[in-house]
Design a protein around this ligand. Structure first.
Ligand code: ATP
Ligand code: MG
Length: 339
């Protein structure tokens, strides 16, 4: 049995969480694996009710679980996810982008993953005023760079694809910081002779993601560049409603959709739960690899192919051109997973 902590979030978060719970119930009842899911509060609602966006009890329960699922959080997102990434040392942010049939992707053969360093760069909050100027410190360390590079190469080895790592930086301008990042990636690449390695400036990468997205396999990059490029790559394959993400450390992992709380559509039963359910698929892969549990991986593959097949047959939510409600789409998924 796996213990899963589930942050239900704000905006469309509770609707996506209900959808996720239906999927876990189906797995428990029909597919022969057991997930004990505990719903937790964090985010805007938690802040109003308890005065803390990330209550201590929530953190305690997450630490006792095998993995955490996090639905999107509203205004207080940074006080939840950035803090959790630090507390749990979730140093790798993994954002796959894959073209699905009948989705508005730029090409039908895109299959890449962005491996974004999650702990340093301009995200450490070291900003200050200096006279009339404002200064932000960009921290890039050798240890963190090598750690994320290793993660990217291991990812490339495991994937059934091009076996290529593209290191994205801007070392022609930021010679010291990005110079260090590029050097760390180059050094790690020598341990992986079977994986091709290339370097690309971030501006060229932004262009190539639109020009030739099918040429990418694994992109490894620093925190801010990764943030920007992964929003771009999610649009390249057809939108935020289908975009999952994982935050991974050596001992723990947290899974969440790429998108935010989307208050404009909250409570209307129209949100696309696929981003969150594909995050469950990433969780099943991670648990399966960690615990050598092939059943987890099998069910994850089933969940993903069920979503693909439904979308392909025209069963889809409004954001991707269909008319299914969140609840009805979820019911189609749980029904088809049992077949
Ligand atoms: P953030 O503050 O993190 O940017 P947000 O609430 O603005 O969060 P975005 O992730 O930027 O949300 O999403 C932009 C818009 O895309 C939403 O307002 C919504 O209309 C649409 N959207 C996002 N996710 C989904 C989804 N799962 N299903 C349907 N529409 C979505
Ligand atoms: Mg937004």
């Amino acid at each position: 049995m796996y213990k899963i902590s589930l942050i239900t979030g704000d905006g469309i978060g509770p609707e996506l969480s209900d959808s996720a719970i239906s999927v876990f119930d189906t797995i428990n009842d029909k597919l022969g694996l057991k997930f004990d899911v505990t719903e937790l509060s964090a985010g805007d609602k938690a802040l109003q009710e308890t005065g803390k966006a990330l209550p201590d009890d929530t953190v305690k329960t997450i630490k006792q679980s095998d993995a955490c699922m996090k639905a999107p959080v509203g205004e207080s997102a940074a006080d939840v996810i950035v803090v959790l990434r630090r507390i749990l040392d979730l140093y790798a942010n993994i954002r796959p982008a894959k073209s699905y049939p009948h989705m508005p992707a730029l090409r039908d053969d895109i299959d890449m993953v962005i491996v974004r360093e999650n702990t340093e760069d301009l995200y450490t909050g070291k900003e200050f005023s200096l006279g009339n100027a404002a200064v932000a410190l960009r921290i890039i360390s050798e240890d963190a760079s090598k750690r994320i590079a290793k993660y990217a190469f291991e990812t490339a080895v495991q994937r059934n694809s091009l076996k290529k790592v593209t290191c994205v930086h801007k070392s022609n301008v930021m010679r010291i910081t990005d110079g260090l990042f590029a050097k760390a990636c180059t050094e790690i690449s020598k341990n992986y002779p079977d994986v091709a390695f290339e370097e690309m400036y971030v501006d060229a990468c932004a262009m190539n993601l639109i020009r030739q997205p099918e040429k990418f396999d694994v992109i490894v990059t620093t925190n801010l560049f990764g943030d920007i490029l992964s929003d771009e790559s999610s649009q390249v394959v057809g939108g935020l409603g289908m975009a999952p993400a994982a935050n991974i450390g050596d001992n723990f992992a947290l899974f969440e959709p790429v998108h935010g709380a989307a208050f404009d559509i909250a409570g209307k039963n129209i949100a696309n739960p696929s981003s969150f359910l594909l995050s469950i698929k990433m969780m099943l892969d991670w648990l399966g690899n960690k615990h050598k549990d092939s059943k987890c991986i099998e069910i994850g593959t089933k969940l993903e192919s069920t979503i693909f097949d439904l979308v392909k047959s025209g069963v889809k939510t409004k954001d991707i051109g269909g008319d299914m409600s969140t609840i009805d789409f979820t019911r189609h998924i749980t029904d088809n997973m049992q077949k």
